[in-house]
Design a binder for this molecule. Structure first.
Ligand SMILES: [Zn+2]
Length: 499
């Protein structure tokens, strides 16, 4: 599907649309509808199970979305969380410089300075695309949304620009409450806020977004990961040095590309998440290493996690793996004037941070793009059953009172264990089509045989499988076990033999 088709699909099937649409919508703000909210929650739950529940040293916390000014001065966001903007001297339109220059065929690197951009604008004679007037000097624009607390609005604060800061701010207390050992992980799934300039990229660039982030605090001198588990796993990487797409093993990544073992281990873990858990095909996933001025200066190793989507015509970032050194705890030690180093076996250690960062909204868009399939006239969302909004749909074949009664009884029994939907209107074909489109993996149909004692199929139902339309006849008493083994995500089962 192209972008417009995805937006139309999302709107008409209850996934997402622009906020306040009855007032004409607001750029970069989206609401999730009843199906979108279910899929988003599923993605978050699977993410948590996979990355957090499998490690007893990793914990979920929640931080305030509003933060006072001081920590964001210390983290560098107040001074440096900027995009460069270009304003038109005549019509007053502002553009994000890197986006506009790319659109105009003169791309600059992510770290380009206003001066470099101005030189480029003069050299190429670039003009405002709307009115053809010259640009004013470009300048940095801080993307944080500020706020003022209290009746006199005297206390300046910000909506947090990333969830990560809440983990750094809580590290010291949590470390001391918990195991007092490294590595130690704090995860947050929550909102972050960015005053994006003219955001027009659907769920890929939003002013209010959901992040799922895990910050792993560790001592680089002592963290040993189990490389035997990952050495042979093949991943697709584009390293900063070579800038070519390579398919290579984790062992080769460590040996040939100078990637630390703990970092490469998590490349494998994320690769397994996307390929084995989410089901992204091998040729659609890659790790793109950033270097030089493309990456934040404090990152020692930085890879974007990218999935190729048809709607955007290629690879698009869905997350990142960042080795941030000790930048975060050093900054907050200075800013708060509290020593955030910890005692490990009578030695003072200021932990380093490895950040696993995922944009949840981007991943939802990606799921629709990658898993929306067409089969003749039929379209279906081929989501892994544990990512589907409902695990099964219950259909009475006809409006016969006894069939409907039996369908209701099965529905009420199974809904104690699974998220189910039911649909009693229209032909069975039409009903299958409706649940196919939103990704429901199993349709359970109750017919005359189900309620006819003399039938050899008494107390059996038809289970129809979404992707191949295959139908199997099953005893009512087998449904619970069937759905349980086919729809429940267990991070310790075959999907993550990795762990
Ligand atoms: Zn203009």
């Amino acid at each position: 599907m192209n972008i417009d088709e995805i937006l139309a699909f999302a709107k008409s099937r209850g996934l997402f649309w622009q906020s306040a649409e009855i007032y004409g919508s607001a750029a970069g703000l989206y609401d999730y509808g009843h199906i979108g909210a279910l899929i988003k929650r599923r993605f978050e739950q699977v993410w948590l199970s996979y990355f957090i529940d499998t490690n007893e040293s990793y914990h979920l916390i929640e931080g305030s979305n509003m933060l006072p000014e001081k920590p964001l001065i210390a983290s560098g966001h107040a001074a440096r969380f900027n995009d460069i903007i270009m304003g038109c001297s005549k019509c007053g339109t502002y553009y994000r410089a890197d986006v506009l220059l790319a659109d105009l065929g003169s791309p600059v690197s992510e770290g380009a300075t206003p001066d470099e951009i101005d030189v480029m604008v003069v050299q190429k004679g670039l003009k405002c695309p709307k009115c053809k007037a010259p640009f004013l000097k470009s300048k940095p624009f801080n993307m944080m949304l500020d706020l003022y607390l209290g009746p006199e609005k005297s206390d300046k604060g910000y909506l947090r620009p990333e969830t990560a800061q809440s983990s750094y701010l809580n590290f010291y207390r949590e470390f001391n409450i918990l195991r007092k050992a490294l590595p130690f992980g704090l995860a947050i799934i929550g909102r972050a806020y960015r005053n994006e300039i003219s955001p027009r990229q659907g769920l890929y660039r939003m002013r209010e977004l959901t992040q799922a982030e895990l910050q792993i605090f560790f001592d680089p001198n002592t963290w040993k990961v189990d490389m035997d588990k990952v050495n042979d796993r093949k991943v697709t990487v584009v390293t900063y040095g070579k800038k070519v797409t390579e398919r290579k093993t984790i062992a080769e990544l460590v040996r040939d590309d100078d990637i630390p073992e703990f970092y490469a281990y998590h490349v494998a873990m994320i690769d397994a998440f996307y390929r084995d858990v989410i089901g992204v095909p091998e040729d659609r996933l890659r790790f793109l290493e950033k270097g030089g001025d493309e990456k934040a200066f404090y990152n020692k190793v930085h890879m974007d996690i990218e999935v190729s989507v048809d709607s955007w015509g290629g690879f698009k970032e869905v997350g990142g793996l960042h080795y941030r050194g000790d930048y975060d705890l050093t900054s907050h030690s200075k800013g708060s004037m509290q020593d955030l180093s910890v005692n490990i076996e009578d030695k003072k250690v200021l932990p380093n941070v490895l950040e696993l960062s995922f944009g949840v909204d981007r991943n939802i868009w990606m799921l629709i793009d990658v898993f929306h399939k067409k089969d003749g006239d039929r379209s279906f969302l081929s989501l892994a059953p544990y990512l589907a909004p409902y695990q099964a749909a219950i259909f009475p074949l006809q409006k016969d009172e006894r069939i409907v009664g039996e369908a209701n009884s099965i529905f009420n029994d199974l809904r104690q264990y699974f998220k189910l939907c039911t649909d009693q209107s229209g032909s069975i074909g039409r009903r299958y089509a409706r649940v196919d489109e939103i990704g429901v993996p199993f349709g359970i149909t109750i017919d005359f045989d189900t309620i006819t004692e003399s039938s050899p199929n008494y107390r059996t139902v038809t289970v129809r499988i979404r992707d191949d339309k295959k139908q199997v006849r099953m005893h009512v008493d087998e449904l619970r076990e069937f759905l349980d083994s086919n729809t429940r995500f267990n991070p310790f089962n075959k999907f993550t033999g990795f762990k």
